[in-house]
Design a protein around this ligand. Structure first.
Ligand SMILES: [Zn+2]
Length: 376
């Protein structure tokens, strides 16, 4: 079998899998609805379906929940029946659209063009906008009250630390660790050590918490956290459908928490409705802070489809190269990971499409790849 044929068969079987999952989910929903013996209450229904399919009870319950919600979501059901959605995608859309049915078409559109991670972020936004301000405050207060740090030793003898934080504190902590990780990465590269990103993050965490980072002579790395909010919502003091208040990489937060974060000097604010950043261009390679912030917010992960890398993202002049007088403005910039940047610079790969519809185009004739520091 040729690689090309195998690839088209993967497409074919994926669609078949999605259609089969749709048929299974909708029929299972009908079983519950009919009052079928053995699947009467919610608890037994999950166990019954798990027994049939060999999946976990949790997954089975989620499928039944999706089937139930879909009764109110005709557009989602139609797309699911056509084999356009995977089980993960449909569960995400049904859950969010179940709280805001008017959002179903927009979510389907996102599912067509974005990764599952991108769809989750959009679904989080829809859910956040559907919550009342009181609900959002109560939810955040619950998270804050339950904040915790616990540790245990696992079977391999590693000490594991588990942290539960508010989105604001959590994102700030990660931003600080990631900023330090850039130093750790540079040191590893200089020393010729190729280690995975998660190892650099672990070293950074230890250095920051124990204060060892400051001993390097350069002091801890500066970092900042993004907050994206609609100006109108901020003025009004409440979110309306379609408006956002979120920390990219952590999810939606209440306006109350947003105001608290605004007192923080490390905060970079993206006003969703403010200056149109698309019109701001900078003549040189230096990226104006406003463009940089908008870019960070627009491309939270490497834009190459299927790549979810968030580490050491590089600004790429994707339409017109900087060397060919490409402008340093938002429309000509995209964030891609180190590995894809090497592929694009040295191996003839091209980035096409634009935000929301990126395509990664392989070169016609493969060229040799230079030695890479980053591996795995
Ligand atoms: Zn990438």
């Amino acid at each position: 079998m040729t690689g090309e044929l195998a690839a088209s068969l993967v497409d074919y079987f994926s669609r078949l899998e999605r259609l089969a999952a749709c048929g299974k989910t909708l029929c299972a929903g009908r079983v519950i609805e009919s009052g079928y013996e053995g699947a009467r209450d919610e608890h037994r229904a999950g166990a019954w379906l798990a027994g049939k399919t060999g999946e976990s009870v949790g997954r089975a319950r989620r499928a039944l929940e999706t089937a139930r919600k879909m009764q109110q979501l005709p557009d989602v059901e139609a797309a699911y029946r056509k084999g356009e959605l995977s089980s993960d995608q449909v569960a995400e859309i049904a859950d969010a659209a179940g709280q805001a049915p008017s959002a179903q078409r927009a979510l389907l559109e996102v599912a067509r063009s974005a990764t599952l991670g991108g769809l989750r972020r959009e679904a989080d936004r829809v859910r956040a906008a559907a919550r009342s301000a009181t609900d959002a405050d109560e939810r955040e207060e619950r998270v804050r009250k339950n904040r915790s740090l616990r540790s245990f030793t696992d079977a391999d003898g590693a000490l594991r630390i588990e942290l539960s934080l508010t989105p604001g504190d959590g994102r700030r902590t990660l931003d600080a660790i990631e900023a330090e990780a850039k130093l750790v990465f540079d040191e590893a590269r200089t020393a010729g050590r190729a280690e995975p990103y998660r190892a650099h993050l672990a070293d950074s965490f230890v250095r920051l918490v124990t204060g060892a980072g400051a001993d390097s002579g350069r002091g801890p790395r500066r970092y900042s956290t993004l907050l994206r909010v609609d100006l109108a919502a901020l003025r009004r003091g409440g979110l309306e459908p379609g408006e956002v208040c979120e920390i990219p990489g952590a999810g939606p937060v209440s306006l109350r928490q947003a105001r608290q974060l605004m007192g923080d000097t490390f905060l970079k604010l993206v006003i969703a409705d403010g200056v149109d950043v698309r019109t701001v261009c900078h003549p040189g390679r230096t990226v104006a802070a406003v463009i940089d912030t908008a870019l960070e917010e627009r491309d939270p992960e490497c834009v190459v489809p299927g790549c979810t890398n968030t580490f050491l993202l590089e600004r790429d002049h994707w339409q017109v190269a900087y060397g060919d007088d490409g402008p340093t403005c938002l429309d000509n910039l995209a964030r891609i990971c180190h590995r894809h940047h090497l592929d694009k610079t040295h191996r003839g790969y091209r980035l096409e499409g634009g935000p929301g519809k990126w395509r990664w185009v392989a070169p016609q004739v493969p060229t040799n790849r230079p030695d890479e520091v980053l591996s795995g």
